[in-house]
Design a protein around this ligand. Structure first.
Ligand code: NPG
Length: 370
């Protein structure tokens, strides 16, 4: 496939309600979209980098910069690009996994569309619908939290994830358990907000029958997670710490986690995400698909990934209306607590031109010169 043009498009979608985590509050979802035009089909990708560097060292402007200067030029110069040639083509650029993931997604979409295969089939999906979990932000009060959780359960969400931070942990978890009972699949996500000094406090979460506690400690503190896991009966799940199949293998070998959250955007793309899935499966470690408030494009890719066999826990793959009143693609809808895995060629969804035009804040194009 020859790549003739790459367009980088920044969009900004208002959120239906503010989303607060231990990292800060988001009122809107900015995203960098990548559109590749080839001698065959076009393809779309989406970067999960955020407005700032609070979740990861990458952020939208750094993603755009490395794409423009270092990642797109070799693609525009290459005679033939396939998704499997991207690894070697881009190996000279260290890191920048979110940028590489967005580019890989766009190339994969173009390639699969050109021969009419879906992401799901290409990745090895074993189901055509995936159970949907919802992530619930930190709220101003417990009644507000209980209202939100009650609303999501009424809509049919299969699992609730509560964002926690020091000062907002035991009380909200206890309140949700007391109101909605022990049968609700419940887990918590700290986004690295604790230190090992909080081990005894975190162990009090063991009383609540949680599925897991996600990323309690700093992303680089693998040893700390291994130590902490010896103080808890609740399984530790790693998110930010898992950046590759190799880091997943290390974490598992050290006993730093018993469950892994896989986000393709965080680990450099869907192919690496599948390798992490495979490493975890070989070690008997269940995985689930994380989310970064993706638009329908990223959501389509995540849903396809979540249909692989070792994704045995519901993921943060919620319906479009959890975050957006209008998505840029046809919306993902909750059906009996599940999302349908798109079956059309490539991602199986494309941006709706009118909506896309409305939410676009900038476009930058790079074209092939010869
Ligand atoms: O449903 O897409 C979703 C969001 C799920 O809570 C969610 N994501 O740490 O996993 C996370 C968290 C997040 C989102 C963190 C955006 C930072 C930014």
């Amino acid at each position: 496939m020859r790549i003739d043009r790459v367009a980088l498009r920044c969009v900004n979608l208002p959120l239906v309600s503010p989303f607060r985590t231990s990292l800060g509050i988001e009122y809107a979802k900015p995203a960098l979209l990548v559109q590749v035009s080839t001698d065959g089909a076009d393809g779309w990708g989406e970067s999960v980098s955020g407005f700032d560097a609070s979740y990861s060292s990458e952020y939208i402007e750094s993603t755009r910069d490395v794409l423009v200067r270092h990642l797109i030029p070799p693609l525009l110069a290459a005679k033939d690009v396939t998704v499997s040639s991207l690894g070697p083509l881009l190996a000279g650029v260290k890191g920048h996994r979110m940028a590489k993931a967005a580019l890989e997604m766009a190339v994969m979409d173009a390639e699969l569309r050109s021969y009419g295969m879906s992401f799901a089939t290409s990745l090895g999906a074993v189901t055509d619908r995936v159970p949907s979990g919802v992530s619930v932000g930190i709220m101003d009060s417990i009644p507000e939290l209980l209202d939100a959780v009650g609303g999501y359960l009424a809509q049919g969400y299969r699992r609730i994830k509560l964002k926690i931070e020091p000062g907002w942990d035991l009380t909200p978890v206890r309140a949700v358990r007391e109101r909605f009972g022990d049968d609700v699949l419940l887990q918590v996500d700290a986004n690295a907000a604790y230190t090992l000094a909080g081990a005894r406090h975190l162990a009090r979460l063991d009383d609540f029958g949680l599925l897991l506690i996600e990323q309690p400690l700093d992303e680089e503190d693998m040893r700390g997670h291994a130590v902490l896991s010896r103080h808890l009966t609740t399984p530790i799940c790693l998110d930010e710490s898992i950046v590759s199949a190799r880091s997943a293998a290390d974490a598992i070998a050290m006993g730093a986690c018993r469950i892994v959250n896989i986000k393709p955007g965080r680990v450099g793309g869907l192919l690496e995400a599948r390798r992490i899935h495979d490493v975890c499966a070989a070690s008997g470690i269940p995985v689930w698909c994380g989310g970064m408030l993706e638009t329908g494009l990223g959501r389509a890719a995540n849903t396809a990934l979540a249909a692989l066999p070792n994704f045995t826990l519901p993921g943060d793959v919620s319906a479009s209306n959890r975050y957006f009143s209008t998505d840029i693609t046809d919306p993902f809808i909750l059906e009996d607590g599940h999302l349908r895995v798109p079956q059309g060629p490539g991602l199986g969804v494309t941006p709706l031109p009118d909506v896309l035009a409305e939410v676009t804040t900038s476009v930058r194009e790079l074209v092939r010169t010869e």
